[in-house]
Design a protein around this ligand. Structure first.
Ligand code: ZN
Length: 503
């Protein structure tokens, strides 16, 4: 291509494509590190990954990127090109507003905090981790100031995960959820749970058979193996190197069916989103999701709305029983359905049920905001944590390992990230309901193990757009209204009301 005929927009695209290639190469190094790399590779892999991130960062913050963005600034904001420039500009501005010295300090502080957090959790000793958080928190506050905000410093960090989200908006959302979920949890707790309710999920479940069953299900969902693969890892994730290569990872427990089963559905949900992005968006900033929350809505939709539904299991349970005739002997569909849908107070977020999960997020959100407002100090965090656990969930952690130290997020400096999980939960139902409204045959199809119409709706209304729209725009376009907690709360109420025979 003759350079003189190239427009500035094309040059911007070339530059963004190069950045995207470097990042994808780095992602592949990450994927390899988590799945196949021998232990001995760790030191050189750390250097390789640091080098590639530095190269991508340098290209992004280079003055040339800014010049090309400025020159492309008059594109129609509603066009694909305009959306691409808007996304790229947001990223460029977030990257250039942060002083390099601050970024380096955060990188260093979090790199030291991670192993300290692991040790603190292992020993259940807050004092091992607290000094690291004391260092990270002011750095993140400085980052918020550097990034800028209209209303609240927390908004500046939120925006990195959920474009446009604000603290005040989240407070309203959580207020509605609290008003719906707390009474539901109370009513169910009063009814009480049968201790053996989850017993069918424990037993001898051969890993290879678990894998085969998971593959059968996600293939039916529509996961395309020509453009993906599945590997084993300790902390499962989904990773995309472009719409043509979207991989999932799974962890198997030979004595417990739940992690691999629902983990595979979950990661496949993320992967279906990425495989469904318009292929023309490959190597551009539009090859992603609208936000972390919207991404999570897709994983939760397949994991919970589909994968924990009675309709789904009325088709798949006979197959699961054929796969594990010994372990599931005497367990009928209804017993199994109850086992995978327990609502109960829990201390650990990642083990929490669909409803209580949001109370765990609410608690973290409130603590983060209090830390940012200097209403709460690091030293008082364990006590504040336990008090809120008691208030919202009704349990008190035995120690800090199963309390304030349970998540890695703060060690990584990820303030503002937790709320995206709950946004995802809420949106999963709003999207699912809308799909069913458009295609009332969807539940009957799920009962037949057919998902094409559901996936088709998601593809058309969500997946293909990639990052073209901001989350509020996308939700509005897909469902005709902004994020709405009502469908989510009535879903929980109906499902668990029926399961627990509430009035
Ligand atoms: Zn997820």
């Amino acid at each position: 291509m003759a350079k003189e005929h190239e427009t500035l927009y094309e040059r911007l695209n070339d530059r963004l494509a190069t950045i995207s290639d470097v990042r994808s190469a780095n992602s592949l190094l990450f994927w390899d590190r988590q799945t196949h790399m021998p232990k001995g590779g760790i030191a050189s892999r750390a250097e390789q990954m640091a080098t590639l991130s530095r190269l991508a960062h340098e290209m992004l913050v280079d003055g040339e990127t800014g010049r090309l963005l400025d020159a492309s600034g008059d594109l129609d904001p509603c066009s694909e090109e305009g959306a691409l420039v808007r996304r790229a500009r947001r990223e460029y501005e977030r990257a250039t507003k942060l002083p390099a010295e601050l970024v380096a300090q955060i990188t260093r502080a979090t790199a030291l905090a991670e192993p300290a957090w692991a040790r603190a959790r292992g020993e259940s000793d807050w004092s091992v981790f607290a000094p690291h958080l004391e260092e990270i928190l002011p750095l993140k506050k400085r980052a918020a100031e550097a990034l800028g905000y209209e209303d609240h410093p927390y908004d500046a960090l939120l925006d990195g995960y959920e474009p446009g989200a604000k603290k005040a908006w989240l407070e309203a959302m959580f207020g509605e959820l609290k008003a719906g979920i707390l009474p539901l949890l109370r009513e169910v707790t009063e009814k009480g749970n049968d201790e053996n309710r989850t017993a069918p999920l424990y037993g001898a479940f051969d890993e290879a058979k678990q894998e085969r069953f998971g593959v059968e299900v996600v293939t039916r969902f529509g996961y395309d193996w020509e453009r993906g693969r599945q590997d084993r890892t300790v902390h499962p994730f989904c990773i995309s190197f472009g719409p043509g290569d979207v991989r999932i990872t799974t962890r198997f427990d030979p004595g417990w069916l739940a992690p691999a089963l629902f983990g595979t559905f979950h990661e496949a949900g993320h992967a279906l989103y990425q495989q469904g992005v318009n292929p023309a968006y490959a190597r551009t900033p539009l090859d992603g999701g609208a936000s972390m929350g919207v991404h999570e809505s897709q994983s939760r939709l397949w994991e919970n709305l589909v994968g924990r539904s009675r309709a789904f299991w009325s088709y798949f349970y006979p197959r699961l029983r054929d796969t594990f005739p010994e372990a599931l002997r005497g367990v009928d569909l209804e017993t199994f359905y109850h086992a995978i849908n327990v609502l109960a107070p829990s201390k650990i977020r990642v083990e929490a049920d669909e409803a209580t999960y949001n109370l765990h997020i609410l608690l973290r959100f409130e603590l983060e905001v209090a830390l940012f407002e200097d209403e709460l100090f690091v030293a008082d965090l364990p006590a504040a944590w336990n008090a809120k656990m008691k208030e919202y969930v009704g349990v008190t952690p035995k120690n800090d390992a199963e309390g304030v130290l349970q998540d890695i997020h703060w060690a990584d400096g990820l303030f503002g990230y937790f709320p995206t999980y709950t946004i995802g939960n809420v949106l999963s139902v709003q999207f699912f309901d809308e799909a069913v409204k458009a295609h009332p045959e969807i539940p009957a199809q799920i009962q037949q193990g057919e998902f094409a119409v559901l996936l088709g709706w998601l593809r058309e209304n969500i997946h293909r757009h990639g990052s073209r729209y901001d989350p509020d725009q996308l939700v509005q376009k897909a469902t005709g209204r902004p994020l709405d907690t009502a469908p989510y709360l009535s879903y929980l109420r109906n499902k668990f009301g029926e399961l627990y025979e509430l009035d």
